[in-house]
Design a protein around this ligand. Structure first.
Ligand code: ADP
Ligand code: ASP
Ligand code: MG
Length: 406
């Protein structure tokens, strides 16, 4: 088999951890498999680099950011290859460029377009374990380094698994699988043996950072079998795979939270066609992804309030832009709230079962949690609430939907 093993930041946090990774990798190779390893930067390294740049500038150029951010993964990929060699196995490290990972030129959140990977394939055929720096690529012309967005090493691993036609993509992290909710917040959370791509995609995009959202999208599209497991033990992990009948029987399979949102309200805009289009076109053109949108028309039908949420990292940019558009639209004003959190319940079984939303609202009400915004899709219900109730809400919903270890 050809196995891709991706090790996250905590799994390569220091020299001892890297040696442990090398041992696991060599053990897999000795079992008769070809192994391609993808590594993240050491835990905290990417944050440290971002912080450095912000000490120099409040708006550092993204091209230069990428150049700097890619350095963390270069260090760990070379060190891991050296550690593997030290154990007596042939290993070769590859940067994004050397791996031929071609992306578009949207710095700090580039999309992978193709992976050439000829040299890596040859190295694998020649008996090397290859170690690839995650999170990075290069533009088509090959002149600029790009990065794939936070948590992007997951995407590197899944895309490499697809490009090399691997049999399995293992994501090694600091928890031993995908749980019904973040086990670091709810100790009673239960590990799932398997989860559908769709549910995992919802959970990831709703804040469960155990897998990066785009990596799940990619895995679903190309049907890459992904297993999430721990690099700290040998426990069986969670298989992310196609939906089956058994999964549909479970109504709610997980609870997610996201504290990285901000809510912006444009107050008193004229209630006429074209207003929302103008506002959201302006925001979309700036590359900002809007999540929940709610519009309320006043009782006299003359004016409307439009509220929407964006990632908190985009707050400043969005606010500036919204204030400009709001003035053009003749709105009364713009309001912003950053102390909010999005709490979501997810499950493919919701397609065929009713009552999940009402049970969620009742549970929150019973614990005195006010709902600020609501959004639903076929397989999820999300509520925006006051950030200070986020952990409480996750815990009580987890309990109300019977997700705890029985
Ligand atoms: P890595 O550095 O290995 O990529 P991350 O920190 O990105 O690891 O992701 C692992 C973390 O995801 C866990 O420590 C856990 O706190 C968090 N997490 C959030 N939701 C879940 C969930 N439903 N199941 C498992 N882990 C979760
Ligand atoms: N090092 C990058 C980050 O912290 C990528 C990753 O860890 O997947 O976002
Ligand atoms: Mg991660």
């Amino acid at each position: 088999m050809l196995i891709i093993q991706k090790y996250g930041g905590t799994s390569v946090a220091n020299v001892e951890r890297i040696k442990a990774v090398a041992e696991r990798v060599v053990k897999t190779a000795k079992e008769g498999h070809k192994v391609a390893v993808v590594v993240s930067a050491m835990a905290g390294e990417t944050d440290k680099l971002i912080n450095l740049a912000h000490q120099v500038s409040s708006a550092p150029r993204e091209r230069e950011m990428d150049l700097m951010l890619s350095s963390g993964e270069r260090v760990t990929c070379a060190l891991t290859a050296i550690a593997i060699e030290e154990l007596g196995h042939k290993a070769m490290a590859f940067t994004g460029r050397q791996m031929g990972i071609i992306t578009d030129d949207v710095h700090t959140k580039a999309k992978i377009e193709k992976i050439a990977g000829e040299r890596a394939k040859k190295a694998l055929d020649d008996g090397y374990i290859i170690v690839v720096a995650g999170f990075q690529g290069i533009t088509e012309s090959g002149s600029d380094v790009t990065t794939l967005g936070r948590g992007g090493s997951d995407l590197s691993a899944v895309a490499i698994a697809s490009a090399l036609n691997a049999d399995l993509c293992e994501i090694y992290t600091d928890v031993d699988g995908v749980y019904t909710t973040d086990p670091n917040i709810v100790p009673e959370a239960r590990k799932l043996d398997k989860i559908s791509y769709e549910e995992m995609l919802e959970l990831a995009s709703l804040g469960a950072k155990v897998l990066q959202t785009r990596s799940v999208e990619f895995a679903m599209k190309y049907e890459v079998p992904v297993v999430v497991r721990s690099s700290f033990n040998d426990n069986q992990g969670t298989l992310v795979t196609k939906e089956d009948e058994e999964m549909e029987k479970v109504v709610v399979s997980g609870v997610a939270y996201d504290k990285n949102q901000a809510k912006i309200t444009v107050m008193g805009v004229p209630d006429k066609p074209g207003i929302a289009a103008k506002l959201f076109k302006g925001i979309a053109d700036a590359g900002i992804v809007v999540d929940i949108i709610v519009q309320n028309v006043s009782s006299d039908g003359k004016a409307a309030d439009i509220s929407f949420t964006v990632p908190r990292t985009d707050t400043k940019k969005t606010l500036k832009l919204t204030e400009r558009i709001a003035t053009e639209l003749g709105a009364k004003g713009v309001d912003i709230r950053e102390d909010i959190a999005k709490i979501s319940v997810v499950g493919v079984g919701m397609r065929t079962h009713s009552g999940v939303a009402s049970q969620m609202f009742e549970t929150l009400a019973k614990h005195g949690v006010n709902i600020i915004m609501i959004s639903t899709s076929e397989i999820k219900v999300s509520c925006i609430i006051d950030a200070k109730y986020a952990e409480l809400a996750v815990r009580v919903l987890h309990e109300a939907f019977g997700l705890a270890e029985s």
